[in-house]
Design a binder for this molecule. Structure first.
Ligand code: GDP
Ligand code: MG
Length: 284
């Protein structure tokens, strides 16, 4: 079986291949980095560091170090400081919320933690079913209500049940689309407020799940969610299908929101806490 690092490396294959050049050429490198969605600021910083650095022979080493320095600022793993630890997952449809929650539920279960999943995407009929499959796989409990129910009420039920039963972790799956974007944001704000009735500090994490194949388009989205909800972290998914993995560097540079996890495949093991050193080494 492949090690996790090897899996991460093959996950980042497309992005790595996209920025691969034979020898250092600033214009060509700039073009390649921008195409991989590194963003202008980070691209300039990387090229400058090479030009000022220890010779062009070692340009990859310098680039890797500069990428690491940028990424290090968002390498902040989740700190589980109380129980139940309540996490809301938000983001547009298809981004990978349900899959990420499922993978995490499995990993927590393996680590001996008890988990409740809240099926608060009550807007789509199929959403609860998908979460149920993950719950079975990872021996997690699921709290659900009929389609069309109030998502805040599902979240509230899940959190109060976790508190009553001494469950370690609650993960709340939310909708990615309603009739309008405003409705969605309002619904999420209400959910956040209702959860506070269980614990004033909760939700302890509000995590935006972003599809990395969308590249820079997702930065605007992230800003909207962040302004409305105050994000505590980001999960970047689908790095395996993306040639735009540079978006992680752009996020670090522009949004400065901690990157909690990265997803690079559909299997439970294809989700890792974000590690700046590993990521920069796997990239270049
Ligand atoms: N290749 C790949 N596919 C993923 C990854 N994460 C999620 N997916 C797929 O993306 C699709 C949408 O994911 P889903 O969790 O339903 O998104 P949601 O609408 O945000 O809940 C599903 O087909 C998932 O299997 C990933 O890291 N890599
Ligand atoms: Mg979903």
């Amino acid at each position: 079986m492949k090690s996790l690092i090897e899996r991460l490396k093959s996950g980042l294959l497309k992005t790595r291949a996209g920025i691969e050049i034979e020898k250092f050429d600033p214009d060509l490198l700039e073009e390649r980095l921008l195409a991989a969605d590194f963003g202008l600021q980070a691209t300039e910083q990387i090229i400058e560091s090479i030009e000022k650095g220890r010779g062009r022979e070692n340009w990859k080493e310098t680039a890797r170090q500069t990428i690491y320095d940028i990424l290090k600022t968002v390498e902040k793993p989740i700190r589980y400081y109380k129980s139940p630890f309540i996490m809301m997952f938000v983001g547009i449809n298809g981004g990978g919320k349900t899959t990420t929650i499922g993978k995490l539920a499995y990993q927590y279960n393996q680590a001996g933690k008890s988990v409740i999943l809240a099926a608060a995407d009550t807007y789509r009929a199929a959403a609860t079913g998908q979460l149920e499959i993950w719950a079975k796989r990872s021996d997690a409990k699921i709290v659900k209500q009929p389609e069309g129910s109030d998502p805040a009420s599902v979240a509230f039920d899940a959190c109060s049940s976790a508190k009553a039963k001494g469950v370690d972790i609650v993960m709340i799956d939310t909708a990615g689309r309603l009739h309008t974007n405003d409705n969605l944001i309002r619904q999420l704000i209400k959910m956040k407020r209702v959860i506070k009735k269980i614990d004033q500090d909760a939700p302890h994490e509000i995590i935006l799940v972003i599809d990395s194949t969308l590249g820079r388009n997702s930065l605007v989205q992230a800003e909207q969610f962040n302004n409305a909800l105050g994000l505590t972290g980001i999960v970047l998914t689908k790095l395996d299908g993306s040639s735009k993995g540079g978006i992680v560097i752009d996020i670090a540079k522009e949004l400065k929101i901690p990157v909690r996890y990265i997803g690079f495949g559909e299997k439970v093991e294809d989700l890792k806490p974000f590690d700046a050193r590993e990521f920069s080494s796997a990239l270049i």
